[in-house]
Design a protein around this ligand. Structure first.
Ligand SMILES: *Cc1c(COP(=O)(O)O)cnc(C)c1O
Length: 463
């Protein structure tokens, strides 16, 4: 399988190159040249596979330059860190199903991709004898999942910037209590946007980037998307064994369009998803896009689901490529226009084509809390605020009594304050979060300046 850029400006890459490249040099995102359409017999044959075996089948379609035994080994060790034997169990609540994606080491769905990506980086570096310094900024969940993905790995150091005292205490402790020597937490004295701008500026300094072999772990990495395709299939097969085949709906709480884009790929591969329900909080640019063809920037407002408090969805360009009939010239032009004006608009024909794959609704803060409260009181099931946004949107967008699978993207204890506000009780901490406050923590506080962060990297990077 070869990989191309959504903007058409590069020679095709292999899977290995695509993983190491991250963002395409022409500014576009990488996609496989073709998305294989699976015959019904293949779906039938995959039905009973374990999570790891299913992952190996899906990866081998897209990563044909890695021997299958090696892939299997990488996937098995990546998911051994999950606390549930099924990795992503599907829980039935009667009329809806919850796909629990939070059994990894940092209790959010990002572990599914980043546990694997860490192992894959280490494997590729071992083969080419290289070293890598990962640099990223986080407003919460990504940082800890990335740190847990590469902690203790040889030939990799990781530098994660977070805004000093502006993330939740639990999120901060999850990152700063990791004792491995290859992990460097930097608290910048500024906002998340400043931290992100510093990271961007450093990546744009190409000589610096090259001499320190800087690598990125953000959600545009193709291997992250691919790892997320697996649980859509897995959930479908678990449901099918419960109530037979047929079409389903899947509701996905969405921020950067990464998770739901994986669902779109699964649908393109032939998984019978009638529609993907794109759930947003009050930051609803993607809902406006699906419903009215209006993709225009607004102000970010803080909500109870901070990992979805996003306006520019970094994976949206991948979907645009398919909406524009795989025409990279149109994507390039649209992205330039968006850069310029902060908006894109779509014709009624395009909106109706979007509607074949997606429906969408935006969920308010109040509805988020009332959904958590309702599911706790009526069913004794505790939703985290992100999952609650997805569940609420899923129920509102139900059609034809189709089975509904809602993706649960975080453990409720990770966002305990909001959950407590909803149900009026303290949330019990699961073992990975217990005792965090007693552990020694390490973090370097730096001014929000590019030069200060560069100097820190110079003195701690692997060369
Ligand atoms: C990152 C995140 C999301 C949003 O996922 P995207 O891939 O950015 O759409 C939703 N819920 C939680 C808990 C997250 O950490």
């Amino acid at each position: 399988m070869r990989y191309i850029s959504t903007r058409g400006g590069i020679e095709p890459l292999s899977f290995r190159e695509a993983v190491m490249t991250g963002l395409a040099p022409d500014g576009g995102l990488l996609l496989p040249e073709t998305v294989p359409r699976l015959p019904v017999q293949t779906l039938e044959a995959w039905k009973g596979l374990t999570y790891q075996d299913l992952a190996a089948e899906i990866f081998s379609l897209y990563a044909d330059d890695i021997p299958e035994d090696d892939l299997r080994h990488l996937l098995t060790s990546s998911y051994a860190s999950f606390r549930h034997p099924e990795v992503t169990p599907l829980v039935s609540l009667g009329d809806i199903y919850i796909l629990e994606l939070f059994h990894g080491p940092t209790l959010a769905f990002k572990d599914l991709a980043l546990q694997f990506l860490g192992n894959l980086f280490q494997y590729l570096l071992r083969q080419n004898g290289g070293k890598m310094n990962i640099l990223g900024a986080t407003s919460g969940d990504t940082g800890s999942a990335a740190i847990y993905g590469v902690r203790g790995k040889e030939n990799i150091n990781i530098f994660i910037l977070h805004p000093h005292r502006k993330i939740s205490r639990i999120q901060e402790l999850q990152m700063t209590t990791v004792p491995d020597a290859n992990v460097f937490n930097i608290a910048v004295q500024g906002t998340f946007d400043q931290a992100q701008a510093i990271v961007k500026a450093i990546f744009n300094d190409l000589p610096f980037k090259a001499s320190y072999s800087l690598g990125a772990i953000n959600s545009i990495n193709w291997a992250r998307v691919l790892a997320q395709v697996v649980y859509y299939f897995y959930a479908y097969f678990r449901l099918a064994s419960d109530r037979g085949g047929g079409e389903v709906l899947m509701a996905v709480p969405t921020g950067n369009f990464g998770d739901i884009f994986a669902g779109y790929l699964a649908k393109r591969m032939g998984l019978p998803i009638r529609r993907l329900i794109l759930a947003t909080n009050e930051n609803n640019i993607l809902t406006r896009f699906v419903r009215a063809g209006d993709y225009s920037l607004g102000q970010v407002v803080p909500t109870y689901s901070p990992s979805m408090d996003i306006q520019v969805a970094s994976n949206f360009e991948r979907y645009l490529y398919y909406l524009y009939d795989q025409d990279p010239a149109r994507v390039k032009e649209a992205m330039a226009a968006f850069q310029e004006t902060g908006r894109l608009s779509f014709s009624p024909e395009e909106v109706s084509s979007v509607g074949k794959d997606f429906s969408s609704t935006s969920v308010s803060r109040e509805e988020t809390l009332s959904t958590i409260r309702h599911f706790w009181q009526e069913r004794r099931y505790l939703l985290d605020p992100h999952t609650a946004v997805g569940v609420r949107a899923g129920l509102l967008c139900q059609e034809d009594h189709l089975p509904l699978i809602c993706l649960a993207t975080a453990h409720p204890a990770k966002f305990g304050e909001a959950v407590q506000a909803a149900i009026g009780e303290k949330v019990k901490l699961p073992p990975p979060l217990m005792g965090l406050t007693d552990k020694p923590s390490r973090c370097t506080i730096l001014p929000a300046e590019v030069e200060a962060v560069k100097a820190f990297i110079r003195s701690h990077a692997l060369r």
